[in-house]
Each structure stands twice: as structure tokens, then as C-alpha cells.
Design a protein around this ligand. Structure first.
Ligand code: PLP
Length: 406
């Protein structure tokens, strides 16, 4: 009889969103009279902008004509999109170390952050933040780098603790007695909304260079950074092009969660034992992936037009205005919080079990939030409220929460 991959037995159940759905369904089956407002999931609610949708349509129309039809595109993505990304996201921000040849277009940062670990030996030491997006841990479990979980943590993974004293920005000092070879960082962070400043990122880059380690830097939420001093890219830090891979996505930046387009930057300057990491990723990408569709890449290109940039900024500003409503409500309740300024997420300290707060808000305010404990052990006692919804819904939800908790 065929045998299954035993590593999948080690995975903890997909508890968080399954359990949220179970509790929400139970609540809806009761006799709640008000509409349920969801501030739990991290999905955008605004449609694609006018300029993006126009380019998308044009791309589709081109597929209808013999003269403009396109079949398979380049594995790495069309040069028109890679060149626009290199110019707008890197050169305009002073990161001249990155060019179009370093950029790989894909259908999601989830896949890329999941798949990148394949390039490394199966027995490397991996460190990742807690709390954080759960995909980094689970994909290393699937690859056989961990043992079973004990007390919510996989044996063999190194957890970098985010807490109040470090502002949810762990430092490489935590790895002094437990060196890692691969480190995941995520800023602005999901779920805490914390951002790393130049000095903090500089420490990580110095550490990685001195250890010969690689940093996988997930900046899926960089477009929400409003503070001009906060780096939007890891390549704003000198030396990062020798030790860091950056993951970006059009999902939250431009509302592409249902359209699917993202990119990964693997600088040509990263070499391990004389082998270019970029060549390995190219081999992996072109073997296992056949490219993002032409109309989607045309739509993504429109994000960088003058009109596209204006429209996208307006959408992001409106989500950030929603975050402001959440922050004002937390101020009025006297709750301590993080994020919400350079991030669509607000991370709130509740001083009680995360699920108890979840239940209280669901039952008493008909609002769905996310319990912090679902993002790791360090999330216990916190909740995450997302700004992805209409201003009207966010206002109403927060009025209900303030009435309930004050
Ligand atoms: N990285 C982080 C930190 C996320 O929170 C998410 C989605 O929620 C992703 C990556 C996934 O992005 P994509 O939609 O490009 O797969």
C-alpha cells in the first residue's frame, strides 16, 4: 500500500479559521437580530480600481485577436511588469541594487513564502516570529524540518518572541545561543501591525551577513506604510541584497486577492558556496510554475501608472482611515494597542483569554474579530481587528464594541 507523507501528521489542525467559522455559525443559528460585521479576516473589500480594471479588460481583449493573442508567457513574468516594479518599487526608493532580472512574478506571496524553503537543505535551522502568519511554520513542517508540536510550538523550529517590551519586533540577539540559518521576518507584521525601523532591520542584515544566513522578508503590507522613515523594502538597508529575499504582493496593495499576482525579489548578488540563489529559484520557478496570465500582468502594470497610483493610494488611505476609527475607539476604552498606523491591522491587549474576548464581542456586539492566540503562543491575551471593510461597517462595529466594553 502506498505510504503518505508522515510530516502532514505533525501539522496542528487548521484550528483558527475553522473554529472562528464554527463559533460564528453557531451564533448566527441563534436569535441574533443585528447584521453581523466581519472585522476578522484579512481580505480586501474594495473592487479593483478603474485604471486597473480597464487594463485587465484590454489584456482580455488582446487574447481574442489572432494578432495580439499570447500563449505561455516568460516563466519569470513579462519584462514590462518586472521593469515597472524595479523602477517604481525599488529605483524610485533609492534601491538601485535591484533590477528587473531579480524579480519573479507569481500568483501569490502565500505560495512564494511557502515554496522558497525548498531551496535549502532539509536539516537547516529555521527561525520565525511569534506571533505571525502561520504559513511559514506549516510549510517547514510539511518539508520535514520539525517534530510534533508541544504546547503549541513545533519541536525544532526557533520562535522569535514578539512582545510588549520589544514592540513586537524581535531582534537577532535572541539567536545568540540558538543560531538559525533561515529567518522569516514580516513587516508590517500580520497580525501585530508592527513595523521595523532602519536600525532594527540593519541589525538583522548585519547578523545574517555575519552568519551566512538568509532572511526571507515578507512585506505583503508595505503599501500601508505612511511613515516616511520606516523602510518599505529590506533593500533600503545596505547589504540586504547579499542576504535577503523579499516577497511582495498586489493582494493588499491593489485589491488583487481574487485576481492573484505577486512577486519575489531574489537578488543576483546572493551566493551560497559559489551558487547563485537566483539561479536556483529560477530553476524551481520555471520547473513548477507556468506564469501569471497575461491580462493579470497587464492589470498589475496599470497599478504603476499615474492614475493607478492615485487610485490605489486612495483605497489604502480609506482602509487606514478605518484603522483610525478602530484606534480612536481603543483610546476611548483605554485599551493598549499596536499597529493601525502603517498597517491595516490593530493588535489589542485585552488582559483576558483571546477566545473569551472573541466570544464576548461576537455575542454582545455581533462583530467578528480574530483571537490573537491563533497566530502563536505570544498572541494569547490579544485580539486582532482588521480595517478591511467599509467605513460605515467599521464605524458601526466599533460603536457596538465601545458600548459593550465601556
Ligand atoms: N503574507 C502575509 C503576511 C499575509 O498576511 C498574506 C495574506 O493574508 C500573504 C502573504 C498572502 O498574500 P497573497 O494573497 O499574495 O498570496
Amino acid at each position: 500500500m502506498i505510504r503518505l507523507n508522515p510530516n502532514y501528521d505533525k501539522l496542528q489542525s487548521d484550528y483558527l479559521f475553522v473554529e472562528i467559522a464554527r463559533r460564528v455559525n453557531k451564533h448566527l443559528a441563534g436569535n441574533s437580530k443585528r447584521k453581523l460585521i466581519k472585522l476578522g479576516i484579512g481580505d480586501v473589500t474594495k473592487p479593483l480600481s478603474a485604471t486597473v480594471i480597464k487594463a485587465f479588460h484590454q489584456g482580455v481583449d488582446e487574447q481574442a485577436s489572432k494578432t495580439t493573442f499570447k500563449g505561455y508567457g516568460p516563466d519569470q513574468g513579462y519584462l514590462f511588469l518586472r521593469a515597472a516594479i524595479a523602477q517604481a518599487d525599488y529605483h524610485e526608493r533609492g534601491c538601485d541594487c535591484i533590477d528587473a532580472s531579480d524579480i519573479f512574478i507569481s500568483d501569490g506571496a502565500k505560495c512564494d513564502t511557502s515554496n522558497f524553503q525548498e531551496l535549502f537543505a532539509s536539516d537547516i535551522k529555521v527561525a520565525l516570529p511569534d506571533p505571525v502568519y502561520p504559513v511559514y511554520a506549516d510549510t517547514n513542517v510539511m518539508a520535514g524540518r520539525t517534530g510534533f508540536a508541544q504546547n503549541g510550538r513545533y519541536q525544532g523550529l526557533i520562535y522569535l518572541e514578539g512582545n510588549e517590551s520589544n514592540g513586537f519586533v524581535p531582534s537577532p540577539g535572541e539567536l545568540v545561543n540558538n543560531p538559525a540559518e533561515l529567518v522569516y521576518l514580516c513587516f508590517p507584521n500580520n497580525p501585530t501591525g508592527a513595523t521595523a525601523n532602519r536600525e532594527q532591520l540593519g541589525d538583522w542584515i548585519q547578523w545574517a551577513l555575519s552568519q551566512g544566513a538568509i532572511i526571507l522578508y515578507d512585506s505583503a503590507y508595505e503599501a500601508f506604510i505612511t511613515d516616511t522613515n520606516t523602510p518599505r523594502s529590506v533593500y533600503e538597508i545596505p547589504g540586504a541584497d547579499k542576504c535577503a529575499v523579499e516577497f511582495r504582493s498586489f493582494s493588499k496593495t491593489a485589491g488583487f486577492t481574487g485576481v492573484r499576482c505577486a512577486y519575489t525579489v531574489v537578488p543576483g548578488a546572493i551566493e551560497i558556496n559559489g551558487i547563485k540563489l537566483q539561479n536556483m529559484w529560477n530553476r524551481r520557478h520555471s520547473t513548477k510554475f507556468n506564469g501569471v496570465s497575461y491580462p493579470v500582468q497587464k492589470a498589475a502594470l496599470a497599478v504603476y501608472s499615474a492614475e493607478g497610483r492615485r487610485e490605489i493610494k486612495a483605497n489604502i488611505d480609506s482602509y487606514l482611515a478605518n484603522a483610525r476609527i478602530i484606534l480612536d475607539a481603543m483610546n476611548s476604552l483605554g485599551y493598549q494597542y499596536w499597529g493601525g498606523v502603517n498597517s491595516p491591522y490593530v493588535w489589542i491587549k485585552t488582559n483576558e483569554d483571546s477566545w473569551s474576548t472573541f466570544d464576548k464581542i461576537l455575542k454582545g456586539a455581533d462583530v467578528v474579530i480574530t483571537p490573537g492566540s491563533g497566530f502563536g503562543k505570544m498572541g494569547q491575551g490579544y485580539i486582532r481587528i482588521s480595517a478591511f471593510n467599509s467605513a460605515e461597517n467599521v464605524r458601526e462595529a466599533l460603536e457596538r464594541i465601545v458600548d459593550l466594553l465601556s
